[in-house]
Ligand binder design. Structure first.
Ligand SMILES: Nc1ncnc2c1ncn2[C@@H]1O[C@H](COP(=O)(O)OP(=O)(O)OP(=O)(O)O)[C@@H](O)[C@H]1O
Ligand SMILES: [Mg+2]
Length: 355
């Protein structure tokens, strides 16, 4: 996958990931001998522009969380590079930073987690939770730090009366606001949101999504937004990357991806998304077979055993990650021949065929 690769000298970008991979060892038996590997993330190139929301979608187990956690250096990659544009001091190779240098860089990138219950330390007050990145990164102390916490809480819709309370005193939506405040307080350039609203009630989801959107227009940070729910992604993100079994298979502007997908897996994902108007009929593409195991991915195109357009070639050769239009990338041998069904042509009944 190198078609999209470019040297990270483009200052409109905030993140550039080059050939990033994570293989987990599989251990078996009493002696826990290494018995193979899980190819959780298998060579990804990806760029995030400053101030944009890039969504990362794909089925469970496709490697989204592993990719997000490597970007924020919560886990070490097996290979590859994570470059961050810190603004004032230019590009930094995060994968090469250790100790104090890494701590200093952490203010520029943060993560919001799925579960607001387990991601906040129950023994810390809201003040201490939100203040932590400021203290840790030596950005502010004493009264100044408290004032920054107060201002940040206000931005997420919480008041000073909440400062000295503990997380258990808050609802799920409020806890997620506390998590957002903690990620914002150091004024980062990039926030990785891993299923940030999936654990919340639908009505609360909308509030939190609107909050994230408003904060982005005020403060200008970029989001890498990991999600299952395509409806969420459609309204929040500028671009979408679709992941399957450790690889990105398609990347496009949100509108284009939803109206005219270029990868059969994207088409299948869209066909499973709910249609807002019940009067409209759309064929639901049933994917046959389970997602293959990332410890034994299929040869050639990882998706070919479940793909209704697959030919012999697909089982033999890994498709190149290539640019098919401005700002559009896809890894499919037949991307040029297929005309796939997006959300706009909801009445389409016939599957596309390879001429
Ligand atoms: N620490 C680990 N040790 C071994 N295997 C792991 C580890 N973490 C993740 N995996 C495996 O790596 C693959 C990718 O997992 P990951 O959690 O990144 O997927 P995901 O796309 O985030 O899934 P979900 O949508 O369910 O959150 C899975 O097969 C998972 O079992
Ligand atoms: Mg995950």
């Amino acid at each position: 996958m190198s078609g999209q690769h470019s040297e990270p000298t483009d200052d409109r970008q905030v993140l550039a990931v080059n050939d990033l991979a994570k293989y987990f060892p599989v251990r078996k038996g009493f002696w826990k001998r290494a018995a193979g590997q899980v190819y959780a993330v298998d060579g990804i190139d990806l760029q995030v522009n400053a101030g944009e929301t890039l969504a990362l979608v794909g089925e469970s187990g496709s490697g989204k969380t592993t990719l997000g956690r490597m970007i924020v250096r919560a886990i070490e990659p097996t290979r590859g590079q994570v470059m961050l544009n810190t603004g004032e001091s230019g590009w930094t190779d995060l994968t090469a930073l250790r100790g104090g240098q890494l701590r200093a860089a952490r203010r520029h990138f943060q993560m919001i987690f799925q579960d607001p219950h387990s991601s906040l330390d129950p023994r810390m007050t809201v003040l201490d939770i939100v203040k932590e990145p400021l203290v840790h990164n030596k950005l502010a102390r004493g009264d100044e730090a408290v004032e920054r916490v107060r201002q940040t809480l206000e931005m997420v819709g919480l008041g000073s009366q909440h400062l000295h309370r503990y997380p258990h005193a808050f609802s799920g939506g409020q806890r997620q606001r506390i998590g957002i405040a903690r990620s914002l307080v150091s004024n980062p350039r990039l926030i990785v949101c891993d299923e940030a609203v999936s654990a919340l009630d639908v009505s609360i989801q909308a509030q939190i999504l609107n909050l994230l959107k408003d904060l982005q227009s005020q403060l200008g940070m970029a989001y890498l937004f990991i999600a299952h729910d395509l409806a969420v992604v459609e309204h929040l993100s500028h671009r979408v990357a679709v992941m399957y079994l450790g690889r990105i298979v398609e990347l496009a502007d949100t509108d284009e991806l939803f109206t005219a997908p270029r990868h059969p897996y994207t088409e299948a994902l869209l066909s499973a998304a709910p249609v807002p108007d019940p009067g409209l009929k759309r064929e639901r593409i049933v994917l046959h077979g389970e997602v293959a195991s990332p410890s034994d991915p299929p040869r050639g195109c990882h998706f070919h055993p479940r793909c209704r357009y697959a030919t012999a070639l697909c089982g033999q050769e890994t498709p190149q990650w290539r640019q098919v239009a401005p700002e559009r990338y896809v890894a499919c041998h037949h991307a040029d021949a297929l005309s796939l069904v997006g959300l706009a042509n909801r009445n389409a009944e016939k599957p596309a065929t390879i001429p």
